[in-house]
Write a protein that binds this ligand. Sequence first.
Ligand SMILES: [Mn+2]
Length: 262
Amino acid sequence: MISIIGIPSDKNSSFLKGASKAPPLIMREFYSDASNTFTESGIDLKANNICKYIGCIKLDDKDNEFDLIKNAITLELEKKKKCFFLGGDHSITYPIISAYKSFYSKINILHFDAHPDLYQDFDNNPYSHASPFARIMENKLADTLTQIGIRTTNSHQNTQIEKYNVQVISMKEFSNDIQLSFKDPVYITIDLDGLDPAFAPGVSHPEPGGLSTRDILKTISNIKGQIIGGDIVEYNPKKDINNITAITASKLLKETLGYMVI
Ligand SMILES: [Mn+2]
């Protein structure tokens, strides 16, 4: 059973708020009668015990959001459940991986994004949604970090990429016949702004020249390795057009779940 969990946190968003409203809107598309419940890999997600949306983690306005997130996920992982998370902004991936690290000695992270999110801190916030992978790598929570779709690096981020030995497949060099192999478990984190704004306009930091929905689906379908969890973050409903980004997020969720059960 895969638990789908909403994490409605956007207080670490640096530019626009709104991602905290995303999880139920993505799940509304996931359950919409506009499509059936089969994945392209042939799995019927409606079948018993494949996946279940268990709602949003209850957060409060205090400063301990990350503890609440980490504790809630730890409880799920203790039940031997695989999990998939809907943000929220990208800051949530740090407490998520902190929880996973107690259950998996080795974790590879595959990260789709326009941005490397490696700032040592951003606007004096070390927990900014621009910094989760700096926290994850400095705390040695992941063994490898592979980033795909990157097209916004500056000199500070380049220094961080080198410091943490990040494998970057930039948008400029990306080709969707790439085949990634992971000997140890892999966690997939998808920032929707990794997609071109034509496919996902509902994000706070749109960056043209990005991935197509098919690019991400094809890359995930070609992975060799065990997928232990994932997240889809940075959907900002305030910026969406005709729910297209929620529908796209739902499709990415659905197809990734299909590869997690295999
Ligand atoms: Mn991003």
